[in-house]
Design a protein. Sequence first.
Length: 245
Amino acid sequence: MTSRTLETRCNVATDLQAIAERIALAMLAKSGVREWTDETIRISLADAAIDIAARLLGLIHNDGEHYVALPDYMKVEPGTAKTIKNSGGDAAITLASLANGNGTSAGGRQAATLDLGANWAQSWRIDVDFELAATPTAGNVINLYASWSNTTGAGKGNTSGSDAAYTGYSNNLDAAVKHLEFLGAHICTAQATTTVQKSNVAIIRPKGRYLNLVVDNRSGAAFHSTDTNQVITLTPLEDLVQDVV
């Protein structure tokens, strides 16, 4: 929901309240004191004023049973996460033994296309779990890049949409990733197997339904020889309208 839309709907809520108040005062003026001193009658009077105001503003459906929801405030809640990993996830990537990169033909791996869904959230949090076979250089990075598309399969930067080695064009990863969107980087600490390094990489805003993700290993060490602890998790951060009750 845009800020303009939210502002408009909040203005409608203000109008509803103002009109209902005027109607209630007019109803009080036409009724006797004994009539509205009874609590049950007061509740009925208030409900009637709101109902009349809502009908005047067109906020009641034709069946007369439901009000159009009016937002009170916006909230964010996490949705169902999607994972990119060797098996059992939403898209496959094989990171086992991925070499430390040299910027040309080594160190890059691309995932199979990930479908974010027909109505994907505007914002997603990326978390990673990486296990390295040897001690990386502290402060070195494992970069994540994206090709966005409205269709599954091959994408930008010569990504294929399949779980495979990635060298971009003509075995030059450094040049090819410039055609992709840089999502963020895992900053390595000097821990090797059996420690699994975990980090929040970034909050991203997808540019399309389908994601071809590229991992560029610049850690100074190869990934561990098993994929058990190699997982990239994307969690949607969904806008939630908390309605007036």
